[in-house]
Write a protein that binds this ligand. Structure first.
Ligand code: PMP
Length: 464
């Protein structure tokens, strides 16, 4: 064997770090760097810790996006990090595919301890896979094919989950989908009308919808559950984004007493921000039917499901959630942030509503009523693109104040805040100070739009 260069990850990061956007443009999805250059979000982050990201110049960024909800515990939580070092150092005989993986049982047990009415867990590797398992299990168990979902829903982008996506743009051009029907958000009459056809396997719902941050109306889940049971269809909760403490309950559906979904999809935060993982929790009868005989042992499975690193990250994450008051922090700090934001609604005519639960908060903008100048400006932005005003706010928060947020879906004027659940007073104060400055400016004239246009023009010049 010839001698070869040793592999050194740290060297690779330092020697090739500057090429990241160019390599992405060349070899991965080229639209991502293009979009980031356009809006000036093309930073070179070199470190992340807790609620903050740091760029090459050592500037800190308050992360109110948490990797789309992955970093519930912040970045590099010491307990999760240690668990991952430990699992690697243990040199386990993992993924033999012919034994019972040592960490999967304890993680399933720990998850199920939060939902006593459920009995079993299927582990996969992402949110969309957790949902795919729900769809297949519901169809197999009921022997019916149609899934009900909501307009605005987002459950992932693999073919099954895509079939129940509320946004047509995502589906366009990808051909025939699974049978499903979109319902208006929170509409029990529409639900009953569809159930009456007798072909519905289940209703899939995000108890707090990620797009636009829509909180399920009071008693909807309980009433829906009653209807679904009377038609022998399943209630399926997608807790991929809103679950694991984000709303101030362990699962968001637990807000309403008596709600007992038949299947629950979990992912994102369970990873501890490190190892992709998905989990589908369900009733014994459902699993019992899907895996009804030894012949069917692999009827739904995934090679990497239950891998030791993911299970270790999940166990450590649940340990922290249970022992460090993280869920309670999400409830208390979230309520405080929402209260302070709501107080601003009467002050700013462009600010229409603040909603959400815990640390899943939507800030909705809308047309101004009094100022003629503002009205004309709002109309011009709407004509250019719906959602553009919210984008100018996201842009200003980022460039002026080093705060990372996002517009909560295409063509809507809503900003979503889903920060790590460990944020405290200092982070809330920083966000509020910045938001008030940006809102003041938005009401004073055209500065936000002008700044945004300058960034866009600059990126165009750089790419010419
Ligand atoms: N369900 C919900 C509610 C989500 O928010 C997401 C991701 N944003 C998914 C499913 C899909 O998860 P993943 O990207 O891990 O496939």
């Amino acid at each position: 064997m010839g001698t070869s260069e040793p592999f050194r990850l740290a060297d690779l990061v330092s020697t090739r770090g500057d090429e990241r956007y160019e390599l992405h443009r060349r070899h991965l999805n080229p639209q991502l760097p293009r979009m980031l250059h356009a809006i000036g979000f093309d930073k070179t982050y070199v470190r992340g810790e807790g609620t903050y990201l740091y760029d090459e110049q050592g500037r800190d960024y308050l992360d109110m996006l948490a990797g789309f909800g992955v970093f519930a515990l912040g970045r590099h939580h010491p307990v999760v990090r240690q668990a991952l070092h430990d699992v690697l150092d243990a040199g386990l005989a993992d993924l033999t595919q012919f034994d019972a993986p040592v960490l999967a049982g304890p993680l399933a047990e720990a998850l199920l301890s939060h939902v006593p009415h459920l009995d079993r867990v299927y582990f996969s590797n992402s949110g969309t896979e957790a949902v795919e398992a729900c769809l297949k299990f519901a169809r197999y168990y009921t022997g019916r094919k149609r899934i009900l979902y909501f307009g605005g829903a987002f459950h992932g982008l693999t073919a099954g989950s895509l079939s129940v996506n509320g946004g047509k743009d995502f589906r366009k051009g990808f051909g025939t989908m699974l049978p499903g029907t979109a319902l208006p958000w929170g509409d029990l009459d529409a639900l009953e009308r569809e159930l009456a056809h007798g072909d519905v396997a289940g209703l899939l719902i995000e108890p707090v919808q990620g797009k636009g941050v829509q909180v399920v109306p009071p008693v909807f889940l309980l009433e829906a559950q009653r209807l679904l049971r009377s038609y022998r269809a399943l209630l399926i909760a997608d807790e991929v984004q809103c679950g694991l403490g984000r709303t101030g309950e362990f699962f968001a559906f637990q807000r309403d007493e008596g709600v007992e979904p038949d299947l629950v999809a979990v992912a994102k935060a369970l990873s501890g921000g490190y190892v992709p993982v998905g989990a589908t929790l369900g009733r014994d009868e459902i699993f019992g039917k899907v895996y009804s005989s030894m012949d069917r042992v692999l009827v739904h499975d995934s090679t990497f499901g239950s891998n030791a690193q993911a299970m270790a990250a999940g166990l450590a994450t649940l340990h922290v959630l249970e022992h460090e008051d993280v869920v309670e922090n999400a409830r208390v700090v979230g309520a405080e942030l929402q209260r302070r934001l709501t107080e601003l609604v009467p002050r700013y005519e462009l600010l229409h509503e603040v909603r959400g639960r815990g640390l899943m908060i939507g800030i909705e903008f809308g047309p101004p009523v009094s100022s003629l100048k503002l009205r004309a400006h709002w109309r011009a932005l709407q004509l250019a693109r719906k959602g553009l005003f919210a984008q100018t706010v996201v842009h200003a928060l980022f460039h002026r104040h080093g705060i990372l947020t996002q517009v909560s879906g295409d063509h809507i004027e809503v900003i979503k805040l889903i920060p790590p659940l460990i944020i405290g007073e200092a982070e809330i104060d920083r966000f509020m100070t910045a938001f008030i400055e940006v809102m003041d400016d938005a009401h004073a004239g055209l500065a936000l739009t002008r700044d945004f246009a300058v960034t866009l023009a600059g990126s165009r010049r750089r790419s010419e």
